[in-house]
Design a protein around this ligand. Sequence first.
Ligand SMILES: C[C@@](CO)(OP(=O)(O)O)[C@H](O)COP(=O)(O)OP(=O)(O)OC[C@H]1O[C@@H](n2ccc(N)nc2=O)[C@H](O)[C@@H]1O
Ligand SMILES: Nc1ncnc2c1ncn2[C@@H]1O[C@H](COP(=O)(O)OP(=O)(O)O)[C@@H](O)[C@H]1O
Length: 308
Amino acid sequence: MPRTRSVTVRAPAKVNLQLSVGGLREDGFHELANVYLAVSGYDEITATPADRLSLTVSGAGAERVPTDESNLAARAAMLLAKHSGAEPNVRIHITKHLPVAGGMAGGSADAAGALVACEALWNLGVTRAELASLSAELGSDVPFSVLGGAALGLGRGEQLTPLDCGATYHWVFAIAGFGLSTPAVYAAQDRHRQEAELPFTAADMPVPQPSAQLLDALAAGDPQALAASLSNDLESVATAMQPDLAKTLAAGRASGALAGMLCGTGATTGFLAADAGAAEHIAEQLMASGTCSSTLVAHGPVPGPVLL
Ligand SMILES: C[C@@](CO)(OP(=O)(O)O)[C@H](O)COP(=O)(O)OP(=O)(O)OC[C@H]1O[C@@H](n2ccc(N)nc2=O)[C@H](O)[C@@H]1O
Ligand SMILES: Nc1ncnc2c1ncn2[C@@H]1O[C@H](COP(=O)(O)OP(=O)(O)O)[C@@H](O)[C@H]1O
């Protein structure tokens, strides 16, 4: 029996511990070796029975999120309804806390949250693994947002293998006052490779591989070793597009972070801290530096979307 009352889910952000970008494929996506970690910053997604599909958004950056059928959460509800033969008769409300176009997979979190909320509302008995596999058509990051935890993502990021984490890792995220478009950053990386006369197509480049050093450090629960293994191939091109990011990275590193890096395609920067106390200190220093608009102190791994 479908539920008659609202279902609310909180859905986490992600950080990429390794983002190795291989060649451009004919379908317009890049081959990746993408190591994901779900972290404790969340959007909330509420699904309420209704006589048609509708969507509203509130919270930070809500004015930059579409409320029509292009919203990833609305697309998720339509996809699940089609898959299960249900009618997408649901009112979805998203409360944004995650940065929009921030490289933390906020939109993917909203899609994952909508899938989990609608699955519960319509009482479909679809497993989390099925939701993850279904969700790949919504976006490359959405399957990870459905599963959470830590995982290696191959292909365009959607082919997931769960990873062991030997510890909870503490992070500070510096939210920028601007966003960066994911396709624009990937395209800038391709242009850079072409201008440098480097190979840039999947036909001419090897498939990127996960770093054994990173996976060992992650499993060992050693933040110092993890810090030494973090990498993001898109950091230099994104920093060239938004030079202010270099100032934020410098400020976080100077305040005692074990490492600082761009989150995905940005514009958020992430700083790994030795422990929870160090994370609070780094967040204070980052705000005092004036190089970001806000900070998020978070830890990971955390599970995927959870019913509240
Ligand atoms: C860079 C990453 C790292 O996790 O995250 P963000 O920084 O955006 O959060 C992802 O690759 C983003 O995944 P996602 O945001 O789901 O992207 P999608 O909707 O699948 O694709 C949007 C566009 O990004 C580019 N794209 C995406 C994934 C990929 N492997 N190669 C690409 O070239 C393509 O131009 C594509 O049209
Ligand atoms: N539910 C959603 N939340 C945020 N952005 C969304 C959503 N649905 C669609 N979008 C669009 O996707 C773009 C990327 O959003 P987001 O997922 O926040 O960033 P990123 O891909 O950098 O992690 C936004 O600029 C917005 O236009």
